[in-house]
Design a protein around this ligand. Structure first.
Ligand code: GAR
Length: 196
C-alpha cells in the first residue's frame, strides 16, 4: 500500500508511522511527505527517514485549488493510495477530496465530536472533563468531522497537568495511528484482490 503523510509541525506522528514501516508493523511505503510549512520539524524527520518531501507555501498560490492541484499531481505520479493527515493544520479542499474520495484519514487529539479544531487537548483541559482521548476518522469537508474509524479514551487523573495529559495523548496517538493504518491498508488490499 502506497501512502502519503501530510503534516505541518513537529511530526511525532509522522515519526511513529515511519518507525512502524521500518519495523514491519505497518506494511506500507511512505511515498511522500506533504508539508505546508517548509521550516517545520517534520521535514527534517522525513529526510532522515529517506522519505521524499513536497513542501509548499500556501500564500504563494492564487487559492487552495491551485496548490491542491499540484499536490494531486505529486500524489498520482507516485501512485499514492491513502493519505494520512498527521497534524496537517489546514482544511482539505474539494480538489483533494474529489481526487482521494474516502481515501484520506485524520488523527485528532480528542474523543470526537468533542473538542474539534485547534488545541483540542487544551480545550478538554479547560473544560475540566474527566475523559478525553484520540480519534481517527475519514476526512470530509468539515473540520474534524467525517466517519469515525477508531477511538481510544484516556482518563484525566487528579494528578495530571496539561503537560502530562499531552504526553499521554501523544503516546496513545503514536500507538493507535500505525495500528489503525495497518488494519485499513490490509482490509483495502483484501478488497482489491477480491476484485481481481
Ligand atoms: C497531533 O496531536 C494531532 O492529533 C493534532 O496535531 C498534533 C500533531 O503533532 N492534529 C489536530 O489537532 C488536527 N485537528 P505531531 O506534529 O507531533 O504529529
Amino acid at each position: 500500500m502506497n501512502i502519503a503523510v501530510f503534516a505541518s509541525g513537529n511530526g511525532s506522528n509522522f515519526q511513529a508511522i515511519a518507525d512502524a514501516v521500518k519495523e514491519g508493523r505497518l506494511k506500507a511505503d511512505i511515498k511522500l511527505l506533504v508539508c505546508d510549512k517548509p521550516e517545520a520539524g517534520v521535514v527534517e524527520r522525513a529526510s532522515q527517514a529517506g522519505v521524499p518531501v513536497f513542501c509548499f507555501r500556501p500564500k504563494s498560490y492564487e487559492n487552495k485549488a491551485a496548490f491542491e492541484k499540484e499536490i494531486v499531481e505529486e500524489l498520482e505520479s507516485r501512485q499514492v493510495e491513502i493519505i494520512a493527515l498527521a497534524g496537517y493544520m489546514r482544511l482539505i479542499g474539494d480538489t483533494l477530496l474529489h481526487a482521494f474520495d474516502r481515501r484520506i484519514v485524520n488523527i485528532h487529539p480528542s474523543l470526537l465530536p468533542a473538542f474539534q479544531g485547534k488545541d483540542a487537548i487544551g480545550q478538554a483541559w479547560k473544560a475540566g472533563v474527566k475523559v478525553t482521548g484520540v480519534t481517527i476518522h475519514w476526512v470530509d469537508a468539515g473540520i474534524d468531522t467525517g466517519e469515525i474509524i477508531a477511538q481510544q479514551p484516556i482518563d484525566i487523573k487528579e494528578s495530571d497537568s496539561l503537560r502530562s495529559l499531552t504526553a499521554a495523548i501523544q503516546a496513545e496517538e503514536h500507538r493507535l495511528y500505525p495500528d489503525t493504518l495497518q488494519r485499513l491498508t490490509s482490509s483495502i488490499s483484501r478488497r482489491e484482490s477480491e476484485k481481481i
